[in-house]
Write a protein that binds this ligand. Sequence first.
Ligand code: AQP
Length: 340
Amino acid sequence: MAAKFTPRVFSGIQPSGGLTLGNYLGAIKRWVAMQGPDFETIYCVVDLHAITVRQDPDKLRRSTHEVAAALIASGIDPEASVLFNQSQVSAHAELGWIFNCIARIGWMNRMTQFKDKAGKNAEKVSLGLYAYPALMAADILAYHATHVPVGEDQKQHVELTRDIAQKFNHDYGVDFFPITEPVIEGPATRVMNLRDGTRKMSKSGESDMERINMLDDADTIARKFKKARTDPDPLPGELEGLKDRPEARNLVDIYAGLSDRSPEAVIAEYAGAGWGRFKPALAELAVEKLVPISDEMRRMMAEPDALDALLARGAGKAEAISRPILEQVHDIVGFVRSRG
Ligand code: AQP
């Protein structure tokens, strides 16, 4: 990475439904860990992304507050980090359009998340869903972000961001955008569905039993882990023994993510244990970690005006960083800045 770029983290979460344990372990926990002296940290509730599929306006507002509350309750400090919602900073949409004109159709056609989300209905989904990764590139590059902490499912989109930055720099003969690094770390970079260990845990999955929501209460968390699909075998002595047991591996990874330990350490502790012992231990750990966060989330969500004030301050800070970058893009591209 060229030294001219300030070490800066950007990442976002869609307010497209209730947050899950996947969002928490794959993203939020990592975001909290990256706060500190090494990076400027910018975190965004990406509401423009959420409307790539139909959203009820009231639910969208509630989910936006839920995500903001979850981030703060999990340890994002709105004074130390920039925290805001995407629609309030117009640089995202403006740069997104410019990147629509840089990204190639062939690149977009390779995006597996679009294929997964569109399914057999590709003709009927929105143009926005198709263009989503170019907007994500704009989210990141409008801040010259050098690092993007994400779950495994977003890796391809960060790679596309790098391609867009490279093509822009090359086409215009500049060294303007950084080539951003994805940061995919921790034992739970891809938390799987509790009913099918080959599918990702997702906010918008069909059944509530397949995910742990950050707002689930203690009884619900315990019930969902109890009913989580597993196989009849006990836990093996080594991780290698979970190679063809995706559901079992997922629960071990979740335990590791929640307890800040490696999956190897978890297996070593529970070698030979049956599900009757492991599942209640996992549920207890999840309740211990999540319930204090959800209590705080509920308290904050009951005061949406206070959340809005925090988000507004964050949007002001985000605007101050992204506006000058966008103005330079206008100059590079050849837009006449008739208003200065
Ligand atoms: N299951 C997961 N395991 C690990 N990380 C995950 N993330 C999402 N699901 C998992 C990470 O959370 C961040 C925010 O994701 P998002 O909400 O913007 O979009 P998504 O990846 O499409 O998440 P969902 O839950 O699947 O949302 P819907 O159902 O609305 O599409 C990202 O860093 C993502 O990697």
